[in-house]
Structures are given as C-alpha cells and as structure tokens.
Design a protein around this ligand. Sequence first.
Ligand SMILES: *Cc1c(COP(=O)(O)O)cnc(C)c1O
Length: 373
Amino acid sequence: MTSAFLPFSKPTIDEATISAVAEVLRSGWITSGPKVQAFEAMLSEYFGGRPVRTFNSGTCTMEIALRVAGIGPGDEVITTPISWVATANVIIEVGATPVFADIDPVTRNIDLDRLEAAITPRTKALLPVYLSGLPVDMDRLYAIAAKHNLRVIEDAAQAIGSSWNGKPIGSFGDLVSFSFQANKNITTAEGGCLVLNNADEARLAEKYRLQGVTRSGFDGLDVDVLGGKFNMTDISAAIGLNQFPLLEAFTAKRRALAKRYFAAFGLAFEATTGAQLPPANFENSNWHMFQLVLPNHISRADFMAAMKDHQIGIGYHYPAIHLLTLYRERGFREGMFPIAEAVGRRIVSLPMFAAMDETDVDRAVSAVKLVLQ
Ligand SMILES: *Cc1c(COP(=O)(O)O)cnc(C)c1O
C-alpha cells in the first residue's frame, strides 16, 4: 500500500470559514472594516484586555512594533540568529542595528546569559523569538529588560496559544507580535497582530498601519508620521474570526501529536542515531513545530530527499541568519555564533499540524528511523 504524501504543515480550514469568507466577498465591503474590528476585539479579550491591532503580515507587525517603541538609527536590538530572516530584517528596515547572541543548544532559543552579555550603552530593545512556540524564561527576560531599562519586542510569531506560568504569551509583557501566516497555528492566510501597552501606543500603531493618517487636525484628516499600507482585510479577519475559537483545540491536538512523537521515537532514539529531539515541554509550548537536530553523519539535504522518497515532507527552519549573504555583507562571519551555526545546518521540522493523526506521526517516525540508520 502506498500512502499519500504527508506535508510538514497544512492549514485546517473548515466549511464555516469558507462560508464566512464568501459572505464578506458578497457584502460589498472587503477591506478593513467590521470583521477586522471584531477580530481585534476577540484577540484583545484573549490577551486579558490589552489593546490589539492587526496587520497584513507578521513581518510588518514586527516593524511597526519597533517603530512604536521608537527604535531607529543608532539603536541596537539584540536577537537570535536562529529564526526566520524577517526577525532581523525588520531591525535593519527601521534603521537600527541587529546584534545577535548565540542560542541555547537545548531550547534552540536565544541564550539569556549571552543576551545579557551583548547589552551595550546603545542597546534599546531585546527581540526574543520563541522557536517552535517554546517561550524563553519569561521571568528572566523581563528581569534583564528592567535591570537595563530596555524595551522588549517579542517575536511571538510562532507562539499563539503558548503560555508561561499558565498565562497566555501576549497577555503580559511589553510589545508582543504574532503571525497568522498560512503555516502558523491559526491563520488569516497572511496577517499578524500586535499586543500593545496602552491606547496611545495603539493609536500610533494605527497611524503606522495606514499612511500616518489621523482623523483629528486639518480638515478632519491629517498626516503627522510616515506610515505605510499594512492594514488587514475583512476577508482575512473573517478567516481569523473562525480560526481563533479553534485555537485551544488545535493546541491540545498538537501537544498530543508531540507526545506521540516522543513515544514513537522511544528512549533510545537519541543514543542510537545521534539526533537530538526537542525539549519535551507540554506546559508552555504550543508545538508549532516538532524539530530534530540531525546527527553529523547525514546532510540535511540528503535527509530531506530521503524523507521525500518515503512520502514525508520536511521543513527547514532555519539557517543561521548571520551567515546569509545580506548579513555577511554587514560584517557577520562564520564562527561568531557556533551553536547557531551547527544547529542551523542540521535542524529539520517534521510534519506537525492540527489535522494530522497519530498514524501520520508513526509513519514519519518510522521513516526517520530508516533514513538515519
Ligand atoms: C512567520 C514568522 C515571521 C513572519 O511572519 P509573516 O506573517 O510570514 O510575515 C517572523 N518571525 C518568525 C519567527 C516567524 O515564524
């Protein structure tokens, strides 16, 4: 029996969502409108009443967060080398300087000791990423920020539904940015949202979202900051309004699938193959991804090709950012962040999405074991 190809990720879109999108399309109002407002209200309630604004990507959400925090030329922002390149690109986009600190080899997130050691008098903000949805030590992160008087812009793109001490990521802290790109745990096709501290920050975010327009001032419309075009459409918000109520079930499903992965790999897997499993965190992580670090005896490309032959899709998240050409041109070199470099070369994402079932996990694990033997 041949099995169908198992992708590494796939959005779960139900018929109610499809009907909701059709309803928006028929309504005569398809760009930002009542659905965006309702989606922002739904998210705000989840984040404990903190102000929330939506945007048309997670990337521009991050960029606007940096602008709201007043980050610009001359400022340094400390982040991780193991993330989607958007994390560092937005720092450059606002004219600031990305500073990397190496990762913790176990969590694969930024190492908070190294982060603190990278702080200089020019540091203005910390920009942690929660890879696979696993938060850093949030108490320690905010203690460091308070001690050095720094802003925190959380790239929680992968962490919707993750938590810390029982509180959702985003329901506390400084500026917290999420992505609703198609592969994220809940989606709006493309989109993102920013959790802010107060109404003034929310108004500023609205201006950056839409050409700097303010309704007060000259003839009832004025522009007093340089904004862009980053608003979410009602079509996307309608998807989000239907996805969000499923978040808890999606997260529970992903946790169950992760547990199945650990059970299927078994206790001897790391010792017999040399591969490294992710930390078995069932309390805080939303299990956005299930990532292995491969052993040295197989290249990532060979592993991915062999898994494809077994009808299993594998993702690559992510190569170390500082070794990408744009960053090498800014002076970064091999050897600067050795843990990130080693992990970046050998990290792979196994299939993980809410519509998978446990037999899919078993298939993926059997194939991994065959390929690594
Ligand atoms: C997805 C993602 C982004 C960017 O989000 P988009 O919505 O694709 O722009 C940024 N950072 C991380 C860590 C991500 O996973």
